[in-house]
Design a protein around this ligand. Structure first.
Ligand code: URA
Length: 285
């Protein structure tokens, strides 16, 4: 396909994607049809198609407190190509969309992540910490990023914060093997610093795909970076913790990171309180 045609095709596909239409097929030219012809298929169900790697996170709406008026969606200015009819040179057979026969599996997502070099965390990490637990979990915990122990072992939450997380789960009768645990970024930030925006932007599409694959009933965001990434909420965690939000059709609870409790042991009761909310929520699903 030549460059011009590729540009025009991209512009058309982006335009249809903005309309929510993601699948295309080409009708075989019939009698009297001399030009290539295409029609839009039914809009792809977002629940089936995982977000494209460059997609913005799904915009959650707050459940509690009362929903804010929706922010105006910034529509990208359409490139000039989209207001022209398709060029007769189009042949969509040259660029068929990859067939999707259902939701992705975690294995497929892990495979796609590969030996990831997408951000500047790659050179200093030892191990990619993809996630751990039940791929059909009703509950997914999302932390910030691997620490030193996780980087060594390739498993999330195995260090001191992980031990506290395990203890909290035990307190409310949850078993680690029943839940799924992952992080906003999959590689350890040097010195355990907070992941930076470009790192989160590179890694979070994999997190969204993991959530989409697992389809949990509840997501528990542990700490501010998870809350910011998953729910788009920038307020302080101690202000918004203990509340349920909507993340698509999944509920999400924001709570403090176990590492915060390790630094402020007197606050442990707030984490316990939030874990009791998780327990009560899961009883009802
Ligand atoms: N802290 C996190 O946020 N994630 C881990 O996996 C371990 C500690």
């Amino acid at each position: 396909m030549d460059e011009q045609t590729r540009k025009e095709l991209t512009a058309w596909l982006e335009f249809y994607q903005e309309l929510g239409i993601e699948g295309f097929y080409r009708r075989k030219p019939g009698a009297g049809e001399t030009q290539p012809h295409f029609e839009a298929a039914q809009p792809a169900q977002p629940a089936v198609a995982p977000p494209p790697k460059s997609a913005a996170p799904p915009m959650p709406t707050r459940a509690v407190p009362a929903p804010e008026p929706p922010k105006p969606v910034a529509h990208a200015t359409l490139p000039p190509a989209v207001i022209r009819p398709p060029s007769p040179a189009f042949n969509l057979f040259e660029a068929p969309p990859p067939p999707r026969s259902g939701p992705e599996t975690l294995e497929q997502i892990r495979e796609d992540l590969g030996d990831c070099r997408r951000c500047k965390l790659a050179p200093t990490r030892k191990t990619i910490v993809f996630g751990d637990g039940n791929p059909h979990a009703k509950l997914v915990f999302i932390g910030e990023g691997p620490g030193a122990d996780e980087d060594e072992q390739g498993i999330p939450f195995v260090g001191r914060a992980g031990k506290l997380l395990n203890r909290m789960m035990q307190t409310v009768g949850l078993k680690r093997e029943d839940v799924y645990i992952c992080n906003v970024v999959k590689c350890r930030p040097p010195g355990n610093r907070t992941p930076e925006k470009d790192e989160v932007d590179s890694c979070s599409p994999f997190l969204y795909r993991q959530i989409e694959a697992i389809k949990p009933r509840l997501i528990c965001c542990l700490g501010a970076p998870a809350v910011r990434t998953v729910l788009g909420i920038k307020e302080g965690i101690t202000k918004i913790r203990g509340q349920f939000y909507n993340f698509g059709s999944t509920k999400a609870l924001a709570t403090v990171h176990p590492a915060y409790i390790l630094r402020n042991p007197r606050e442990e009761k707030i984490l316990r309180e939030d874990f009791e909310k998780i327990r009560d929520f899961l009883k009802g699903v």
